[in-house]
Ligand binder design. Sequence first.
Ligand code: GUN
Length: 291
Amino acid sequence: MADTHLIDGKAFAERLLAEIGRQVADLKAQHGRVPGLAVVIVGEDPASQVYVKNKVEKTKIAGMHSVHHVLPADTSQADLLALVEKLNADPQINGILVQLPLPDQIDEAAVINAIDPDKDVDGFHVVNAGRLATGQEALVPCTPTGCLLLLKDRLGSLSGKSAVVVGRSNIVGKPMAQLLLRESCTVTIAHSRTRDLPAVCRAADILVAAVGKAQMIKGDWIKPGAVVIDVGINRIPAANGKTKLVGDVATQEAMGIAAAITPVPGGVGPMTIACLLDNTLTAFRRQMKKG
Ligand code: GUN
């Protein structure tokens, strides 16, 4: 059986972050200003806390201005919207990220759509989703952007390839499909109601798994020679009474079948933060140009 290449997203992300750091230093030297990113978290979801801590840390390492708002779990929607308005009006802040999920008393869409679309570095605002879908200049969600960078690095042109995205979330599945379409792939979005999902997956030259179900995609669902991008981050019990992180793909089964696959951890995860900072840099540049 052919060797399966493990795609090193961590190393790719580190190179990207180093490049972003250089560009931030240049901006500081030329304009005396650096991009600013505000990260807002509501409540104490442990996974969200880890993600946010990581985002804040990497923002600082890149030399950007970093603001971190931690709000209690019982924060009202009105109070959160007031903070978003304040950040929208703050010229030091070029990017705003409100960590999801939000507590039940808050309407996520209302909060996301209150963010200035030009500061929406998550690319979740309905205006950015529309711009992406219609081929206009958008801020594009970070995780699918990271997936696309890894795919293009591996494959070069994606034109004409058959791509299957498993999962239809607004955060990953739908924007991923838009990006692959923009690269002239033939795109299928599969989901929990798809009939004969294994057969649909087996038709994919490019398979993106973003369902949030541990090791759901089996080795014999993968077309020999396919490139597999595993977006899942699932915590499952391990043999020693501890837990471990696994993706949505049964990676061991995929070895020897796929041409290349992203590992979990160390694949897509690190790319998301690098793309977030890249979006912040893009937002800063566009705002400078607008004046
Ligand atoms: N929760 C899980 N992923 C994300 C993300 O990319 N952005 C935000 N804001 N929340 C998330």
